[in-house]
Design a protein around this ligand. Structure first.
Ligand code: FPP
Length: 251
């Protein structure tokens, strides 16, 4: 496995878990079997991320567009989600992990929402990693809903238009309180953001692998993190500025 430097891990890791369907179809299996295997990969990644000391892990579990999939698949995914949350909450307690959800919770079936609410409440005192599930989530929807909440506060006189800053706006997003992701992994060879965390990914390092999510192993995970550690994050500055050599060169 790739050696990792503990001090240089992403604080916030986001993942687009893609390729469950193709993984299953390649094996002549039903798509839901791919999702079931995908849920096993989630267990590995959650365990590893928490062991490595990653503070925030955000998983794109169900997009606002995923509702247009065949009803059987949507139903099976919701059932799998509910089973996962129920089964894993005890482990989350042992590992001091706190559940969080972003997205349009009111779109989810009542039983799934109730299970999520229980899990969020039960893990709310945990102080280790924050595991955020993006459910019925879409970045553009999130941004427009944040704008609408902010507009209401402006109309109510709580905020003046001139006081609107990027930081203030960030607080109106579902991710208010979470730092922006440092690193995004997307599996299955697609090189798109797919309406995930559009505002928050502005300076995020992106990593794409051909591997389908059910085949994403612990070795691949470490390889991706090692790749992150080899990158230089400049946030628009020059390398010399980052190394504090700017004054020497400009002299
Ligand atoms: C993409 O595969 C994956 C999803 C639709 C969501 C991820 C869901 C899981 C890993 C299953 C369980 C989730 C939880 C939280 C337990 P795809 O169907 O889009 O694959 P394809 O692009 O190959 O069709």
């Amino acid at each position: 496995m790739e050696p990792l430097e503990p001090g240089k891990l992403p604080t916030h890791l986001a993942i687009i878990m893609d390729g469950n369907g193709r993984w299953a179809q390649q094996r002549m299996l039903k798509r839901i079997v791919g999702h079931q295997r995908g849920a096993e990969t989630i267990k590995m990644v959650v365990e590893q991320a928490s062991l490595l000391g990653i503070k925030y892990l955000t998983l794109f579990a169900f997009s606002s567009e995923n509702w247009s999939r065949p009803a059987m698949e949507v139903k099976a995914l919701m059932a799998l989600l509910k089973k996962y949350i129920r089964q894993e909450t005890a482990r989350m307690m042992r590992k001091n992990i706190r559940y969080n959800v972003i997205g349009n919770r009111s779109d989810l079936p009542d039983d799934v929402n109730a299970t999520l609410e229980d899990a969020i409440r039960e893990t709310s005192g945990n102080t280790g990693m924050v595991l955020t599930l993006a459910l019925s989530y879409g970045g553009r929807q999130e941004i427009s809903m944040a704008a609408s909440r902010l507009a209401r506060d402006v109309a109510a006189g709580k905020i003046k238009p001139d006081d609107i800053t990027m930081e203030l706006f960030s607080g109106y997003l579902d991710t208010g309180g979470l730092p922006d992701p440092d690193f995004l992994i997307r599996t299955s060879g697609e090189m798109r953001i797919s309406n995930f965390l559009l505002w928050q990914l502005a300076y995020t390092e992106l990593y794409f692998t051909e591997t389908y999510w059910p085949d994403f192993t612990i070795n691949e995970f470490h390889k991706a993190l090692a790749d992150f550690q080899s990158r230089e994050r400049r946030f628009g500055k020059t390398s010399d500025q980052l190394l504090n050599r700017g004054s020497l060169l400009n002299a």
